[in-house]
Design a protein around this ligand. Structure first.
Ligand code: GDP
Length: 491
């Protein structure tokens, strides 16, 4: 029997904490908004743009409270969790606006509180509502969500599954070096720190290779091996699965006993606290994905993105057998999956990017079953690094995007210096999306995939509003995302 993921006392404690939070919430209403996505999906940029637009009264026509002028003030406040690093908004915005560089990406959890004073839209709401909402934005790596299934596995199950997966298909070649080291090891040999370290390092290299070379993201737990946060090098991350584990409890002092202990420590000291203290307390969630990148790599990468979403959205599922999972989904009522970086496309293709993302999400949700929370899908650009134009080529009007490629970016052999602007024809996403869902490497009669020109542009120049004030950062459909995530709480 696998160990129970959370005991009854844990559950009762969480219930009490939730109750206490609810009671406190009446006097000072708050909403915990989780922002996640796999690395480089655009979390840091999204949070920075969201806060900047709210603080600077950005043009957000689809965010009703802002459009109708009901927002009286927005300010950053001290966050309620002292033990969580603060999201370094000021540093990120300085990098974006003053240096026109992209900020450092998310490596671990961080948080920031934003408090909005507003006037309710209806007379009734004005009577009963405090006219104030604190939004705690919690930024965390999507990689960490991949650990949820581990809570229901013991070390033997984890070892068997992980090794079986690594020995099959394309992963086999990526696991070669790890398997070579593992072949010299027996579970019964004496525990040795150097052996554990070498094996764990080879296993972590394999996991990273799966993510990078194969662009596959499903079943890549333990997630901290990919995104260690502040745990790099700690014993809780110095373990690996072992093959041929003998029946029953491993012999005391053996390598298997050491690995099992560390695996259990990883679950109880790393995975469980994250889910209990952070994930279980979220009210709303946005999951950012880079659909465009997957689309450009072809059907296999699109299938991998779908697998990743099965893992990530699976964490929001309700009615599963796990006590833990049913706890979370009771709280998170809205999930937004957003395809980022839509500014790489001309606006004619934005709806197509959204449609394609919706199809990927629908397929993932179908595989998971009920998710409990309402899921919406959008395509957006947290920061619009390009503007649109048309050029006339041989009598034909071509829609182009104009921006400043980052220094070192090369287009058709022309290397850019980070200062010069250029116009590129990004290409169109097709209307029909079937070509992205064909089985890998098959159906030669299918038309070739249209390529989207993805150029890495610098963040845009933010115009002066006069008096030394800067206008807010330009965006695409960020207002729609805000309306979905926050609109009802500011009604
Ligand atoms: P994180 O790992 O999820 O925190 O990813 P970041 O927010 O750091 O984004 C990774 C990179 O994606 C950035 O450095 C930018 O190059 C790019 N990026 C993210 N959001 C946008 C966007 O809205 N527009 C454009 N053009 N690029 C973006």
């Amino acid at each position: 029997m696998p160990p129970s993921p959370m005991n009854i006392a844990d559950e009762a404690l969480l219930a009490l904490e939730t109750l206490a939070e609810k009671a406190g919430g009446l006097a000072n209403p708050s909403l915990r908004l989780g922002v996640t996505g796999l690395s480089r999906a655009g979390k840091t940029v999204f949070i920075s743009a969201l806060i900047h637009n709210l603080l600077h009264g950005g043009r957000l026509p689809l965010f009703e409270a802002q459009r109708s002028g009901r927002i009286k003030s927005v300010r950053l406040q001290e966050q309620p969790d002292d033990a969580v690093p603060r999201f370094q908004y000021e540093d990120h915005v300085r990098t974006l606006v003053e240096k026109r560089l992209w900020p450092d990406s998310t490596r671990a959890i961080s948080e920031l509180r934003l408090t909005i004073e507003f006037e309710s839209a209806s007379r009734w709401n004005r009577l009963v509502s405090a006219g104030r909402l604190s939004i705690d934005i919690v930024d965390y790596p999507g990689e960490w969500l991949l650990d949820l299934p581990l809570l229901e596995q013991d070390y033997r199950t984890f070892s068997e599954r992980t090794i079986r997966l690594a020995g099959a298909g394309r992963r086999k070649s990526l696991a070669r070096d790890w398997f070579k080291i593992a072949a010299k090891i027996t579970p019964g040999q004496e525990a040795d720190e150097m052996v554990a370290r070498d094996l764990a390092a080879a296993f972590a290299t394999y996991l990273r290779a799966c993510k990078e070379d194969e662009h596959s993201f499903s079943a890549l737990a333990p997630g901290r091996f990919l995104m260690p946060g502040d745990l790099e090098g700690s014993p809780a991350l110095t373990f690996a699965p072992l093959a041929n584990l003998p029946e029953g409890k491993p012999v005391k002092g053996s390598l298997a006993a050491m690995m099992e202990r560390r695996f259990e420590a990883y679950k109880s000291h790393v995975v469980k606290p994250f889910f209990k203290e952070h994930f279980a307390r979220l009210d709303r969630q946005i999951v950012l994905i880079d659909t465009l990148q997957a689309v450009n790599r072809g059907p296999e990468a699109v299938a991998d993105l779908e697998n990743a979403l099965v893992d990530v959205l699976g964490a929001f599922r309700s009615g599963s057998t796990s006590i833990l999972t049913s706890w979370f989904s009771r709280r998170i009522d809205k999930v937004l999956v957003a395809a980022t970086k839509a500014d790489h496309l001309h606006h004619e293709s934005h709806d197509r990017l959204e449609g394609l993302t919706r199809r990927i999400v629908d397929r993932a949700v179908e595989r998971i079953g009920r998710t409990g929370a309402a899921i919406d899908v959008m395509a957006l650009a947290s920061i619009r690094a390009t503007r649109e134009a048309t050029v006339n080529r041989d009598g034909e009007e071509l829609p182009v995007i104009v921006g400043t490629p980052i220094a070192g970016e090369t287009i058709d052999g022309d290397t850019f210096d980070g200062k010069r602007k250029t116009a590129i024809f990004p290409g169109d996403l097709p209307e029909k999306t079937d070509i992205y869902f064909r089985p890998a490497g098959s159906v030669p009669s299918m038309p070739p995939l249209p390529q989207i020109n993805i150029v890495r542009f610098r963040p845009p120049e933010v115009e002066d509003a006069g008096g030394g004030l800067k206008l807010s950062l330009p965006q695409i459909r960020l207002d729609r995302a805000l309306q979905f995530l926050l609109g009802d709480r500011l009604a």
